[in-house]
Structure formats: structure tokens, C-alpha cells
Design a binder for this molecule. Structure first.
Ligand SMILES: *Cc1c(COP(=O)(O)O)cnc(C)c1O
Length: 492
């Protein structure tokens, strides 16, 4: 299996090479030339463990990794770091099945991919006989940063640097990052929002002078953002896993269709669901749920992507995004691999801040439904879910569930649905506490304790006593200082 850039200018690469590069030199994203079929029948996998399934699914994409290598990557990633043997349990509540993707170390779904990416990457570096040290640069809307820091902390041959928007992550998210241990970890707040941070990091990545300077010091950039194909592919696994669990729980028969609902920001997680569908998983509708930053809702309804609009800070900060990077991959697939078309669209986005897709791409958008929920609807959904079902969901997951309810009302489609549950409710404890009617607390940490006391739901290990941990990172910079910061760190 070879990978090529969505914008067509770069060579075809093996998976290992694409994972090392992260983003293509022409600024495109690496895509598999063809999405492979599932290399097994679902029937044969009904008893498989998460790890067994992961090896087969990832192996179908990353054919240049040996079986032994993949085995060690998978078993090393999905182990006791997760607080349940199922890795991603499926829980029925209300009208849907919640795929809990937050049982890893940082209590958000980013752990699913970022616990394996460092292994895939260091294996790739060894395989390609590349002696360079890898420097990971990551912009985060809150959850990727911590998951990447945990994944890469003290991994030999790597440095990890995270930039987060100083206004736009929760107090708990921020504290998780600035207390990170590990000699190779670096964390900076950026004055700006997530899109500013992401653009700043992308520009640094593309800067040839910076790359040349780092090269002199034996360092090369890579990315842990969901633009890295090494992050996307491991996410495909859990949608197939969800399906198999629905069969096991008797919710569906093997072969029946399901719908998948994903609270969406950068479009990585829902793209993984699309890949699962393309591999042959019986999926009917892909529901793309946004918060008030509903650029994707409008896109799926009109075929016009228009980011020239007001940006809102919401209580689902990991979805406060106007540039959904991974959408470019979907457009490439739906265009039939027409890189010229994609290049034009992305140039329009850079220039006019909007683009309208071709009829060919529009024809493929019908397998997606776009909807959004504002802050009030999100909070009401959390409260209703807890009162009616005793089940606690976070703000992002609540956006997903609310949009799903709207979808059912609008269409009458009763196909059993899986909701990607992307974060522990404790990660956004203040909003969750208010939504279920608990008293005001002095800070985010007190909210965690209050929710635990009143609901009895267990606090994830990584969020316990966060306010007692030592703060180790205090840098605050402007976006145009990212480059000099990186050079100061690694090219002294
Ligand atoms: C990152 C994140 C999302 C958005 O996922 P994308 O892959 O960027 O679309 C949703 N919810 C939570 C909790 C997240 O951390």
C-alpha cells in the first residue's frame, strides 16, 4: 500500500515514510491510494480482542510493517494504560450506544491513536534507517496536546513540543499539560485561538530555512496532529470494534447496518468512521455533529465551505475549530483522487476563505448528515441524560447525542446508532456539574470532586489530584514566535 499527497505533487511513499513526514511538502495530507477491504469477515472476528482486531485493521493499511513489528506496537499501546480490558467499552444509554473512547491515560479519545503513534513512528525511523531525532510539533485544542505529551514523554529519539491557545482550553486541560513530566516535553501557551496555533505550527513545519537549521542538529519535524496518517488509521479500529460489540450484545445481527455519530472538530475521528465504512463495515449514515462553530453543518447542507464567519468559544472547546484539516482527505477520496481539484479548493480557502465543491464531490456528501447544537442545548442534553438514564456524558459527546436526536426526528431513521463518546465527563466537569444541577465551585478541580461525590462515577486516574501536581511549563508566546521558539529549543 502506497500513500500520496492529496495535492498530488509529492512522491508515492510507504506508510513508514508518510508517518515520519506527517504532512506532504506540497502541504497536502497523505492518503492511501485505495482504502483496503477488511482483511477478514466480521463473523470470524466476533470473539477477537481489541488488540487482535487492531493488528489486522492497521496491518491492512500499513503493509510495510512486519507482523512482529505491528504486534509489538499494538500490544505495547493497548495495555494497562487503559483502565478497562475492553479498551473502548460500548454502553447503551437512552436511544443509542455510546462508544467510550476515553479510558486511556488522558481521559479523551486522542489516547486511542496517540498511545500507538509514537511506537509506529519510532519503528518507522528505525526501518527507514534514519538516524535523525524526531521533533514532534503539535497544535492542540486541548486534548491532543496532553495525549501526545503522554505518548511521547521520554520516548528515546523524540522531542515533543505542544502549543495550545491560551484562551480556549479548559482549566483542567491546561493543568494536565503544564504539569507534564519527561525531559523531552515542551509546552507553550499561544496568544490566540486554535486555528491561530494550528496555522502557526503548519507554517513552521513548511519553513525550509527552519528545517535546514534543524537538520544541521540532526533533527527533523514530524506531527502528532490528526493530519498524520499514523494517527488516523488506528482510529478506524474502534468503529469496527463497536460494530462487533453491538453484535455480541445482541443489539444487531451480523450484516445489519448501523449509523455512526461523531462530535467533530478537525474531522479526523469521523473520517476514520468513513474509512471503516469504505473497508466494508455495514454503515448507513455518518452523522457529523458540530457545536456553534457549525462550518461543517453548513458545508454538508450546501457544498460550500465558508470559514469567513464569527468564531465562538463554547463549552466543547475541542470542537472550536473553523479549519477542519482532515476534510481535505474526504474531498480527495470523493473527487476520485483529483489532486488538481483539491489544490484549487485549498487555494480558494487560503485566498477567499471559502470554496464550493464540484458536483462529483457533492454527490458523495449524501452519506453524511451535518447538524449542530449550541451551548444551552448541550447542557440540557447532559442534564436529561443523567436524570433519565443515570448516565454521565461530557459536553462533546452531548453535542453528538443532541444532533443524533435531531437527526432521528427529522428523518425517522431508527437504524441503531453508535455515538463516539470522546471525553470523560470529568474532563469538562464544570459544565457537566452545572448541567446536572450541582452547586457552583471555586475552580475546575473542585468541580471534579463535587461531581464525583454527587454521582459516584469514578474519576479517571490522570485527573485525580491534578491541582496538587507541580507546574513545569510556563511559557506564553505569540503565534509569530513559534519559529524562533523552536529554533531556540533545538538549534542552539
Ligand atoms: C479532538 C476532540 C474532538 C474532535 O475530534 P476531531 O477528530 O478533531 O474531529 C471531539 N471531542 C473531543 C473530546 C476531542 O478531544
Amino acid at each position: 500500500m502506497l500513500f500520496r499527497s492529496t495535492r498530488g505533487d509529492s512522491d508515492e511513499l510507504r506508510a513508514a515514510q508518510a508517518i515520519i513526514r506527517g504532512i506532504a511538502p506540497d502541504r497536502g495530507l497523505y492518503v492511501p491510494e485505495e482504502i483496503p477491504e477488511m482483511p477478514f469477515s466480521l463473523k470470524d472476528m466476533e470473539e477477537a480482542s481489541y488488540q487482535e482486531l487492531a493488528k489486522k485493521v492497521i496491518g491492512a493499511f500499513f503493509t510495510d510493517y512486519t507482523e512482529e513489528k505491528l504486534d509489538s506496537c499494538v500490544t505495547g499501546a493497548y495495555d494497562e494504560k487503559f483502565d478497562t480490558e475492553e479498551i473502548a467499552p460500548l454502553v447503551k444509554a437512552g436511544d443509542a450506544w455510546f462508544l467510550e473512547l476515553y479510558h486511556g491515560k488522558t481521559a479523551a479519545f486522542k489516547d486511542m491513536a496517540l498511545s500507538i503513534l509514537p511506537r509506529l513512528l519510532t519503528a518507522a525511523v528505525k526501518k527507514e534507517h534514519d538516524d535523525d531525532k524526531i521533533c514532534i510539533l503539535t497544535a492542540t485544542s486541548g486534548d491532543t496536546g496532553k495525549a501526545a505529551l503522554e505518548g511521547f514523554a521520554d520516548v528515546p529519539g523524540t522531542e515533543i513540543t505542544v502549543f495550545y491557545p491560551d484562551s480556549g482550553v479548559s482549566e483542567v486541560q491546561e493543568r494536565q499539560m503544564v504539569t507534564q513530566t519527561g525531559a523531552n516535553t515542551h509546552v507553550f501557551a499561544i496568544r490566540g485561538n486554535f486555528d491561530d496555533a494550528q496555522t502557526g505550527v503548519k507554517n513552521t513545519f513548511q519553513d525550509e530555512a527552519v528545517a535546514a537549521e534543524l537538520k544541521k542538529h540532526g533533527i527533523r519535524f514530524s506531527s502528532a496532529n490528526s493530519i498524520n496518517i499514523g494517527r488516523l488509521v488506528p482510529q478506524v479500529v474502534y468503529y469496527i470494534w463497536a460494530y462487533l460489540q453491538m453484535v455480541r450484545q445482541g443489539a444487531i445481527k451480523n450484516g445489519d447496518k448501523i449509523n455512526i455519530v461523531v462530535p467533530t472538530g478537525n474531522f479526523g475521528n469521523i473520517l476514520a468512521a468513513y474509512y471503516a465504512k469504505q473497508m466494508g463495515l455495514p454503515v448507513s449514515m455518518l452523522v457529523c455533529a458540530s457545536n456553534k462553530n457549525k462550518v461543517l453543518t453548513d458545508f454538508f447542507r450546501t457544498g460550500v465551505y465558508d470559514m469567513d464567519r464569527e468564531f465562538y468559544l463554547t463549552n466543547s472547546p475541542s470542537m472550536d475549530i473553523l479549519i477542519s484539516s482532515n476534510l481535505e482527505r474526504l474531498l480527495w477520496h470523493l473527487s476520485g483522487g483529483d489532486s488538481e481539484d483539491i489544490k484549487t479548493l485549498m487555494a480558494d480557502l487560503d485566498g477567499a476563505r471559502r470554496y464550493e465543491v464540484s458536483d462529483r464531490i457533492k454527490a458523495g456528501l449524501g452519506q453524511f448528515y451535518g447538524g449542530f447544537a449550541d451551548v444551552e442545548a448541550t447542557n440540557k442534553t447532559i442534564g436529561d441524560m443523567y436524570r433519565e438514564n443515570g448516565y454521565l456524558i461530557d459536553t462533546h459527546t452531548a453535542v453528538g447525542y443532541k444532533v443524533y436526536e435531531d437527526y432521528r426526528k427529522e428523518t425517522g431513521d431508527e437504524t441503531p446508532a453508535v455515538i463516539a463518546s470522546t471525553a470523560s465527563p470529568y474532563k469538562f466537569a464544570a459544565s457537566v456539574a452545572r448541567s446536572i444541577g450541582l452547586d457552583e465551585q471555586p475552580d475546575g478541580f473542585a468541580y471534579i470532586r463535587e461531581v464525583a461525590e454527587k454521582t459516584g462515577v469514578k474519576v479517571p486516574e490522570g485527573l485525580r489530584d491534578l491541582d496538587k501536581k507541580e507546574i513545569r511549563h510556563t511559557g506564553v508566546i505569540d503565534t509569530d514566535e513559534i519559529k524562533t521558539t523552536v529554533l531556540e529549543l533545538f538549534a542552539k
